[in-house]
Ligand binder design. Structure first.
Ligand code: CAA
Length: 350
């Protein structure tokens, strides 16, 4: 399990397992994984390693939080506290990402409008998902007119406070065959995972060393003996637009510095036709953190669930990529670019 912000407890997974009556149990291993928003993907890697090393045949990964039910001041205080010592003004997390966005604008020429295009595109996707919080597509003007939270960050660009939970069972292929009797194609494999760490908050002087997603993606690709060309769907963490732009570059969808233009091309196409087919922009088709919703450390799990839906052809007529994707990449980001975890799901060498 990953920790909860709204109901923090010592050893979250033990609390959960105890309340469910699963402990004590001689063969049960219970572990809380804290890499912030990267937690669900770190957990997939941990589950895969436990299974590959023969410790167990099945692992349940559980993530839940209720930060929308929190009083807004209590949320702000606890969120600020998570980057204690950063010296960032409140709200500290949006301000931390904002600093990185400003640096990226100066260094790579990303425009304010290009940042705003990220949630605008995802609002169109979220409107097709029955569980998404954003029910109505909006445009760049609306993003830029929404209340300002930090110098280049407005409300519609922020991870949206949400209550929510998601769980996933990871099983060995032999266990799956024995107990479910279904062909493996109905259940995507965790082909590989990669992980890397950055500082708890951005240093006074930001440079390329801040980012760790590149390293995590490289490890995942090398382990899988695959490249970005083998991926058909991407769930990339987008707590703020800069996180998504940087992820596009990190996983190799475009060269470093070109993500703003990459997004702008998609936005222009969407604006010209009124919509994008899922295969035209195969990213965060559930809507991502600003539009689907962000219960603190849960959202990467939503990315995994969308990837599983896409890979198994169960995303429904509005969102399904056709033809059905073979492989997906999911990326979780913790803190302010503090932890990166990447998983490749689907067909592959595993
Ligand atoms: N889309 C639409 N509306 C939004 C929105 C979004 N993305 N984000 C906020 N809003 C709306 C809220 O629904 C609310 O609307 P109502 O007044 O109609 O209820 C309004 O904006 C005000 O929002 P809040 O209630 O949250 O109150 P606020 O004004 O005190 O705070 C905020 C606004 C500073 C943007 C706050 O919502 C916030 O801090 N958001 C970011 C949350 C965050 O940092 N999450 C973690 C991201 S980093 C990460 O994910 C990594 C990790 O390791 C956890």
């Amino acid at each position: 399990a990953v920790p909860s912000l709204s109901n923090p407890t010592f050893m979250q997974a033990h609390q959960l397992a105890t309340r469910m009556g699963l402990l004590p149990h001689k063969r049960m291993i219970v572990r809380t994984i804290d890499t912030g928003g990267a937690g669900p993907i770190t957990s997939l890697g941990t589950a895969r390693n436990m299974i590959l090393s023969g410790w167990t045949d099945t692992v349940a990964v559980v993530a839940s939080d209720a930060v929308l039910s929190m009083d807004r001041e209590a949320f702000r205080a606890r969120a600020d506290e998570s980057v204690r010592g950063s010296g960032l003004p409140s709200p500290a997390i949006p301000h931390g990402y904002d600093r990185v966005a400003q640096w990226h604008m100066r260094r790579h020429g990303v425009t304010r409008e290009q940042l705003a295009m990220v949630p605008a595109i995802f609002s169109h996707f979220a409107a097709r998902h029955p569980d998404a919080m954003c029910r109505r597509p909006f445009g760049v003007d609306e993003v830029l007119a929404s209340p300002r939270v930090a110098p280049v960050t407005n409300v519609l660009e922020c991870a949206r406070r949400a209550d929510g939970a998601a769980a996933l069972v990871v099983a060995s292929s032999s266990h799956f065959r024995r107990h479910f009797g279904k062909p493996l194609e109905l259940c995507p494999a965790i082909v590989s995972t990669g992980e890397a760490s950055g500082p708890l908050y951005p240093p006074a002087e930001i440079d390329e060393d801040l980012f760790s997603c590149e390293r995590a993606a490289r490890i995942a690709f090398e382990t899988a003996q695959l490249s970005v060309r083998d991926i058909d769907f991407f769930a990339l963490y987008d707590c703020f637009p800069i996180c998504f732009l940087r992820a596009l570059e990190a996983v190799g969808c475009c060269p470093v510095g070109d993500a703003g233009e990459f997004v702008e091309r998609a936005w222009r196409k969407l604006s010209a036709h009124g919509a994008l087919a899922p295969a035209e922009f195969p990213f965060n088709l559930h809507g991502g953190l600003a539009c689907f919703g962000a219960p603190w450390e849960v959202p990467a799990m939503y990315g995994v669930l969308e990837a599983v839906a896409q890979l198994t052809g169960r995303a429904g007529p509005d969102r399904q990529i056709a033809p059905k994707p073979r492989r997906a990449l999911v990326y979780g980001n913790g803190g302010i670019f503090s932890a990166s975890a990447v998983a490749v799901l689907g067909d592959g060498v595993y």
